[in-house]
Design a protein around this ligand. Sequence first.
Ligand code: MN3
Length: 202
Amino acid sequence: MAHTLPALPYAPDALEPHIDAQTMQIHHGKHHQAYVNNLNAAIEKAPELATWTLDQLCRDIAKVPEGVRAAVRNNGGGHWNHSFFWNLMVPKSGGAPSGNVATAIDKAFGDYAKFREAFKAAATGRFGSGWAWLVTDKAGVVSIESTPNQDNPLMEGRHALLGLDVWEHAYYLKYQNRRPDYVDAFWNVVHWGEVAKRYDAR
Ligand code: MN3
């Protein structure tokens, strides 16, 4: 079955003023759609992948036939990352994490403010295009990492809790070259309930 673009879980203007409606429309409707289309085109060339789930395509990227591996890595990763990203944001959020994940964040970073500093450093320090992530291992120890392009933690065998797209297409219309301001604004729309759920389901 072909992969399809998931609907946004909120209206394109729902995250205003932090993430503007035009960016959301282009990001979801054009960029994410292109990853989906290109992934489907790659799978047409390697039909044995048609039964693989999107998670599997990322987790087992090394087992994907070499002829389409780069296309699946970039576009399967792009599809996974964006599907994940939309669900990690919610209108009128803000606040701090709670529950077990909050305890894990405090343990790893000291407190929520220090975690945000470290995450911002990863997001702004990624040269060019990529993502910043909060991940956990099976034991529940959280850490921050960043990946280039559309790579993601699944490809490295880790469980992603939170991800921030730092490609220019994610922020340039509103923030231009000010990636640090975009990272700051992100905290106003993070869906900590979803992060907590993912942590408990690791
Ligand atoms: Mn993007």
